[in-house]
Structure formats: structure tokens, C-alpha cells
Write a protein that binds this ligand. Structure first.
Ligand code: PMP
Length: 449
């Protein structure tokens, strides 16, 4: 890669973003009362010098306040995997909030049992509880796992992401021991007191860590999705299940992103048997919603424990969790939008996307790889594809990524800022995918010359 050429192209695209988006640029400059000028600090993770400001979003399309339309392959980094504001969800939410009223009444609605039954059909776990975010689903699942096992530690994979969960911000350090993930803000204690870590696809290390006998749960994604997509090698997930059983450790599958694999995520697609499953983002169709599912046996064991306060301030729950509005949104999303048929359509488009990216990479002989997980495709600047989170982190290239993101955004395509990832929604079309394929090829041609 000619870095001088890359830097020149990046500067050109940054100047073009300035020219195309004066209103977004001005709105950002004016935002003096926001921490980091944005409603949430991660919104500064943008390829340009300022974020594009949202105007409208519907299906697979987003418009910004400068009047540009985008084909959206970011889809809120999965929060909008059902497409933006699907009509049937909008109607269910309007009906619940405006007609029936009562989003925060502290009373259950009958929709909740429907959602629990549907999540059971999809994922196999039989007792469900709700949260507003995947982070909280993970936090509460971790607490329950500690309570039921009487063990203190949680094991995660290096460079996994499970939300802002204290226990999960651990990586394998240079000396091979667990260490705080770089940049960890205000850690409450040394993360090695609460956590253990093993690289994804490393069963030997996993067994060494579990053998200490202090790990309550392994919290993992069946495929890593937040450091590129890192797919499991043959036998790895079966090995994880066997080892967790052998050492009396619970297995929590976080399906928040891997839900892209199919209607029941990787758990159903690959016949996995977690003790607990967590999910968030997509299941509310854009309305905040998360959930965790337990086996009936685990649920019974927890409910029979008189010493655990599962009702008031015992540390599991939130006032707004399971509210009527998010439950209505989950029902509409699962019943009518992210259906089995929708996943078939989304996966097919994702295959087409993958083929387009592969062709572009092959045309220029670039040493890059492409990985796909159902409706989600991601490319990485390494070939063969990295097999652990650490390997994948090591091949990150922010300059290159920024150029590709800006090049595409300036021409009407959004990718997820934290990834080279594209997600399909039920409204994405073949034409959308082909538009990306054409622009991706053009970007590579400029890059390689
Ligand atoms: N789990 C996984 C696998 C995720 O990718 C994320 C967010 N990217 C989360 C949990 C946390 O989701 P949220 O920020 O909505 O709580």
C-alpha cells in the first residue's frame, strides 16, 4: 500500500465531506453543551472531522441534514437490523404509547409472554427477562451466574465486546496474563480480580483458565463481531461447551450481533446449547430493548434461593426494563419484521455483498479477507482471516478504513464506523448491494492505481 497516495486520497475525501456537509459541520461546531460535542461520545468515531447529522431514516435509507440520501449498511450497528422505523413497529409503538398509553406503569403486559415464547422458539432457552440494552442483559446474566455458582470470575475472549460491562474489558497482555483493555475508563478495580481471558479459538488456554475452578461463566459471542468477524474453527464451540460443563462453568452466548446468522442466531443455526443467552439492539426494531434467557432448571434454582433479592434492589433489574413500549416493539419486530423469511432474504443479499467485495479484492490482488455471518459481511486487511481477536486487532488500519468509509459516505453509502461491516435489513435490495460493489471497486482502483 502506497501510504503517501492513501494520505492524499484521505485528505481529498475529507475536503469533499467538508464541501458536501456544511450544515452538519456547523451543527457540530455549535454543540458546545455536549460532552465531546455529541450526544454520546462514541459518535465522534467517524471517518471525517465531524459526524453527519441525521435527518430522516426509513428502511435501508438515511438522509442527513445537508439533504443527502444514503444506502445504510450500518443500520445503527445492528440496532436497526429490522430496517429503520418499520411501519408495523411504528404502528405498534404508536398504538401502545399514544392510544393505550402507559410505557412506564410498572405493570406487565400480555405481549411479554408472547415475546418470551417466541424467543424460546428461536433460541431454545425457556425463561426470559427483559432489559433495555444488551449491556444490561449481560450485566444481569453475570450477576445471576455468580449467584448460582458461588464463583467470582467471568471469562471472556480477548478483544470481544459485550457493552460497557466492567468484567469484560480484559485482554491477553504482552506477558500472556490478563490485562486491562487499553483505554479502559475508570476501572472499578483491577480487572484480573473479576475476570479471566482466553483468545477466541484457543481451547488450551480456555482449559487452563477454567481449571482454576473460580469461573462462574464464560461470556462469549459464538463468532467475534466487534473486531472484524472472527469465525469459530471446526470443533471450537463444541470444545467450549464440553470444557465449561467439565469445570462447572455456565456458558452465556451473547447473540446481540450474531443474531445476523439467522432467526435464532448462531445458537439455532449451529445447534449450540448455552445455559444463558443475551441479546439486545435489533429485537426492539429501533426501540431500546434487550433480553436474557435462562434454562428452566437455572431459573428454578435462582427463584428458589431465599437469599437472593430478585424483586427489589438486589442488583438485577431496572425500572424501565420490560416496559410496555419496548415489549410491544419487540413483539411487532419478531412477529412481522425479523421473520424467518426476512433472514433468508437478508442472507442472500449478504452473500451477494460478499461476492462483490471478494471480486474487488481479487481484481487488485490485495491480501485482504472477507467473513460473513448470515446477514452481516465484513472485510479485514489480512489474508488469511485472523483467527483470534488479538490477531484481528493487530491488522487494524485506521487511515485505510477512514478513506474507504469517507469515499463511500461521500457517494451515498454508510458502513458501520467501528468496522468494515455491512449489514442487510429486510428493505435492502440487490441494487443497493450492487451500488456498493461498484463504488468499492472504484475506491480500490484509486487506492491501488
Ligand atoms: N454485546 C455485543 C455483542 C455487542 O456488539 C454490543 C454493542 N456493540 C453490546 C453487547 C452492547 O450493546 P448496547 O451498547 O446496546 O448495550
Amino acid at each position: 500500500m502506497d501510504r503517501t497516495r492513501l494520505q492524499h486520497l484521505l485528505a481529498r475525501e475529507s475536503a469533499e465531506a467538508d464541501r458536501r456537509n456544511p450544515r452538519s459541520k456547523a451543527a457540530y461546531a455549535r454543540s458546545e453543551h455536549l460532552f465531546g460535542r455529541v450526544p454520546m461520545t462514541w459518535m465522534n468515531k467517524t471517518a471525517g472531522a465531524f459526524p453527519r447529522y441525521l435527518d430522516t431514516a426509513r428502511g435501508a435509507r438515511v438522509t442527513d441534514i445537508d439533504g443527502h440520501e444514503y444506502i445504510d449498511f450500518c443500520l445503527g450497528d445492528t440496532g436497526a437490523m429490522a430496517g429503520h422505523s418499520p411501519a408495523v413497529v411504528a404502528e405498534a409503538v404508536r398504538h401502545r404509547f399514544a392510544e393505550l398509553g402507559g410505557a412506564t406503569a410498572m405493570l406487565p403486559t400480555e405481549d411479554a409472554e408472547w415475546v418470551g415464547a417466541e424467543l424460546t422458539r428461536r433460541f431454545g432457552l425457556t425463561r426470559w427477562s427483559f432489559s433495555l440494552t444488551a449491556t444490561d442483559a449481560n450485566r444481569w446474566a453475570i450477576r445471576l451466574a455468580r449467584a448460582v455458582t458461588g464463583r467470582s470470575k467471568i471469562l471472556v475472549n480477548g478483544y470481544s465486546y459485550h457493552g460497557s460491562v466492567d468484567e469484560s474489558l480484559i485482554v491477553v497482555g504482552p506477558d500472556g496474563l490478563g490485562a486491562a483493555r487499553p483505554g479502559n475508563v475508570g476501572a472499578p478495580c483491577d480487572v484480573t480480580l473479576t475476570s479471566r481471558v482466553a483468545e477466541f479459538n484457543d481451547l488450551e488456554r480456555l482449559e487452563r483458565e477454567l481449571a482454576h475452578g473460580d469461573v462462574a461463566a464464560v461470556l462469549m459471542e459464538p463468532a467475534l463481531t466487534n473486531i472484524g468477524i472472527v469465525l469459530p474453527e471446526p470443533g471450537y464451540l463444541a470444545g467450549v461447551r464440553a470444557l465449561t460443563r467439565q469445570y462447572g462453568t455456565l456458558l452465556i452466548n451473547d447473540e446481540t450481533h450474531t443474531f445476523s446468522a439467522g432467526p435464532g442466531g448462531c445458537t439455532a443455526a449451529w445447534d449450540l446449547e448455552p445455559d444463558v443467552l443475551t441479546i439486545g439492539k435489533a429485537i426492539g426494531g429501533g426501540i431500546p430493548a434487550g433480553a436474557y434467557g435462562l434454562s428452566a432448571d437455572l431459573a428454578d434454582r435462582l427463584l428458589s434461593r431465599a437469599d437472593l433479592d430478585l424483586v427489589d434492589m438486589g442488583g438485577v433489574g431496572g425500572t424501565l426494563a420490560g416496559n410496555a413500549l419496548s415489549v410491544a416493539a419487540m413483539r411487532a419486530t419478531l412477529e412481522h419484521v425479523l421473520t424467518d423469511d426476512a433472514f433468508t432474504h437478508m442472507s442472500k443479499l449478504s452473500e451477494r455483498f460478499e461476492a462483490g467485495v471478494r471480486a474487488g479484492i481479487a481484481a487488485h490482488g490485495l491480501p485482504w479477507s472477507v467473513s460473513r455471518l448470515g446477514a452481516r459481511t465484513e472485510y479485514r486487511f489480512a489474508d488469511p482471516a485472523p483467527r483470534t481477536g488479538a490477531e484481528s486487532a493487530a491488522v487494524g488500519d485506521t487511515e485505510l478504513e477512514d478513506f474507504l468509509h469517507l469515499y463511500l459516505a461521500n457517494r451515498g453509502i454508510l458502513l458501520t464506523p467501528f468496522h468494515n461491516m455491512a449489514l442487510m435489513c429486510p428493505d435492502t435490495t440487490e441494487q443497493d448491494v450492487d451500488t456498493h460493489t461498484g463504488l468499492f471497486a472504484a475506491a480500490l482502483a484509486e487506492l491501488v492505481g
